[in-house]
Ligand binder design. Sequence first.
Ligand SMILES: O=P(O)(O)OC[C@H]1O[C@H](O)[C@H](O)[C@@H](O)[C@@H]1O
Length: 262
Amino acid sequence: MLRVNTTWSTFCISLYGAHALSYVPCGQKDLLWWSTRAFAQKGKPIRGGVPLCWPGFAENTEPFHGTARLQDWILVEAEMTEDYARLLLEPTLKHEVLQVSLEVLVRDRLVLRLHSQNLGSEVMELTQALHTYLQVSAWNDIALTGLDGCLFVDKLNAGSEGVQAGVLHPQEGIDRIYVHSGAVKVLDPGLNRVIWVRKAASGSTVVWHPAEKAATIADMDSAEAEHFICVEAANTHKDKVSLLPGDSWSLETVLSAEPLHA
Ligand SMILES: O=P(O)(O)OC[C@H]1O[C@H](O)[C@H](O)[C@@H](O)[C@@H]1O
């Protein structure tokens, strides 16, 4: 595990999966949630933080959500300044055609950039997500803004489509892929904070919480599960990436927080 302290914040990342585990801006609670029941076992993903779903997200991927979160990664570059820390990680075992790396910038915000490049001679299709578990006071006592008017696919309702009307207040289990490329604000009165989830090169945003099904997930404790919501910068469904030979793509998410009421 790597731990980085900057003037602004503290950050931890596991080399297994290049999996961000913790991001604590000074004076705040961790923006990321992780499970105390997370498996610490090769071949299984870590529950919480920011799993890298690459080079495939969800359906039709084997293993589910891709290989990146199940691989060992190494630190290939590190830069520390007074203002920020920059890390670059690569998997130890390379994909035969797609090259991947994770770039991390740690400062008063956390920037995660997942770079992919097609080194082959044919078009490669890529689906992916920065599957971010945000820590909140209670998943069903928050409001998500920024999705108003966006089309979504409801994975819990046989893939039916809907349009978000106004603010999203999750109250039941949710697993939706929004056609959305802007920012989401997570308004959390219980922690008196707003988490900003900004992103780039992402035309889909996934919002997920299993609600009562958390009890059926082996590496999740139901009581702990009250305290997260997943808001994921993704390229999936209507937003798959077709990478031409030689082309690159950098999926990015940027996390930061501010008080809800000053
Ligand atoms: O349990 P995992 O393999 O990490 O997947 C957790 C969840 O990831 C995404 O948010 C998907 O949309 C969900 O359908 C899936 O259940």
